[in-house]
Design a protein around this ligand. Structure first.
Ligand code: SAM
Length: 234
């Protein structure tokens, strides 16, 4: 039987016992009908997998005893953060899901002149946990509160996918000396002229992703993959 992965907060661990409740417990009890003695893997987002045995099944909680703690090296040594112009809700779900699979460490929704102005953070956090479970990630991608474009920090290499950039591509950029890379992608409406200029003036490197205008979610996935390839990770 496949040993399934479940997420629990660090605070749900006391000694060598996890007490898991909520949706994760409901799934084990009601859907999978797990019994005492069953094996699960618990991850708490800190980079470790905990191989556990179920020792108690309550009405709406389970207790799992840790048998072994294993460092999960499925996560990258290169820290990639995505600053994403707020797209429509279903597109944001896709972007978060794919970014988690591609081991982006943080996602920050960005309010731009032409983006949506609100985002459903709780929903995106659930998407991130579900994607982490599915892909075997042990670190949780952090979903940050939305910021304005002008608040994007410039403490790392900042690469932004600009639909108006006609020449430079990622091939023209060296990423080797950066252990942290920040990526910026626009929403469906893209960036205004002023926003493009502001990002470049602050030191962001504009890159083209080709002649075609990609959907925001396609652009985000493409930019992340190309950056991972450039960084020698995939
Ligand atoms: N409003 C823009 C237009 O119609 O020209 C399209 C924006 S596009 C749907 C959303 C975002 O994806 C853009 O802001 C940019 O970040 C990225 N993107 C899409 N196609 C791109 C390309 N060929 N090169 C660079 N970035 C691209």
């Amino acid at each position: 039987m496949e040993i399934k992965r479940f997420y629990a907060k660090k605070s749900q661990k006391a000694g060598n016992i996890f007490t898991i409740d909520g949706e994760e417990a409901r799934h084990m009890i009601k859907v999978l009908r797990y019994k005492v003695g069953y094996k699960i893997i618990v991850f708490d987002g800190t980079g470790y997998d905990y191989y556990c045995t179920l020792i108690e099944i309550g009405r709406d909680y389970v207790q799992a005893q840790i048998d072994e703690k294993v460092e999960n090296d499925a996560d990258l040594k290169v820290g990639i953060r995505l600053f994403q112009g707020i797209a429509k809700s279903d597109k944001m779900d896709v972007i978060v899901q794919k970014a988690v699979e591609l081991v982006v460490s943080e996602i920050t929704p960005v309010i731009t002149a032409r983006s949506e102005k609100e985002v459903k953070l709780e929903k995106l956090e659930k998407v991130a946990i579900s994607a982490a479970k599915q892909c075997g990630a042990s670190r949780l991608t952090k979903i940050n509160e939305p910021i304005y474009l002008s608040e994007i920090p410039f403490d790392n290499l900042v690469i932004f996918a600009h639909e108006n950039e006609k020449n430079r591509t990622l091939r023209d950029i060296s990423t080797s000396k950066f252990s942290k890379i920040d990526l910026v992608v626009g929403a469906e409406g893209g960036f205004s002229e002023d926003e493009g200029r502001e990002l470049v003036e602050k030191g962001a490197v504009a890159v083209s992703l080709g002649k075609r205008i990609l959907r925001a979610e396609t652009a985000a996935i493409t930019l992340i993959c190309l950056t991972l390839y450039k960084a020698g990770v995939i």
